[in-house]
Design a protein. Structure first.
Length: 241
């Protein structure tokens, strides 16, 4: 490769680096452009509850329900019928989305068929996204160890989660205590040690086990101990009661 081409490639890479670095920290690239986001009335806790939808085939309702909604054990007395929409934009079937703040700051979204008002399932989340592609996406931090992203679909009139091998975390953080990373989730063979105060990257989770990347780039597993006044890893703790 000649010197001229090397200089051009180097300049382009540097320009891309500065372009990415110049983006505002709070700027989010939406995977579903064109959706409208509505803050839920009667939300709970320190985290906003929201629902995002395509206004082309969605009717926003925001109707409080005075009586207990018959959800076969799902739902309470302070529920809101948030909207009615199509899960698949080309389908004739529509579904209601209800929101229940829960008895103790336990937000949950409930889906029900419009025609029968029969509930088909619920999603514990802070943010529900319905882009019209046949799936429902959820983002949640309440009652969880970290922000979780999950995907759902309707199979045989039941709401089912689309399983993932792990849950993505992607949190740049630091160790609040000395941490030992292991080769296996429940193993004792050490991969690396992270001293208190050192930066790290939480890559993904599998229950209470987290895959951690050190500053050098080594990967290993660490299991959090659960309820602690100060979490072992900054930002990784159970946010609930």
């Amino acid at each position: 490769m000649n010197t001229h081409r090397i200089c051009i490639i180097g300049t382009l890479l540097l320009a891309c680096h500065w372009a990415i670095a110049a983006q505002p920290a709070n700027q989010k690239l939406s995977p579903f452009p064109g959706l409208r986001t509505q803050v839920i009335q009667g939300g709970v806790g320190s985290t906003l509850q929201e629902v995002s939808f395509d206004p082309a085939f969605t009717n926003l309702l925001n109707e409080p329900l005075e009586e207990k909604f018959n959800t076969q054990g799902i739902g309470g007395i302070d529920m809101t019928r948030v909207l009615v929409t199509r899960i698949t934009r080309t389908s004739k079937m529509r579904h209601f989305v209800y929101f229940d703040p829960g008895a103790s700051n336990d937000p949950v979204f409930i889906l029900a068929e419009e025609a029968t008002k029969k509930p088909i399932g619920y999603i514990e989340a802070d943010h529900l996204l319905i882009p019209g592609n046949g799936f429902i996406y959820a983002i949640g931090r309440t009652n969880k160890n970290h922000v979780e992203r999950r995907k759902y679909e309707i199979r045989d009139s039941k709401l089912e989660e689309v399983k993932q091998p792990f849950l993505f975390v992607g949190l740049e953080s630091r160790a609040n205590v000395p941490i030992v990373l292991t080769l296996e989730k429940n193993g004792s063979e050490s991969v690396a040690s992270i001293p208190k105060g050192e930066r790290l990257l939480v890559v993904l989770s599998d229950g209470d086990h987290f895959l951690i990347k050190t500053n050098f780039g080594l990967l290993g597993w660490f299991k959090i101990s659960g309820y602690r006044e100060i979490p072992e890893i900054e930002g990784i703790y159970f946010d609930g009661d």
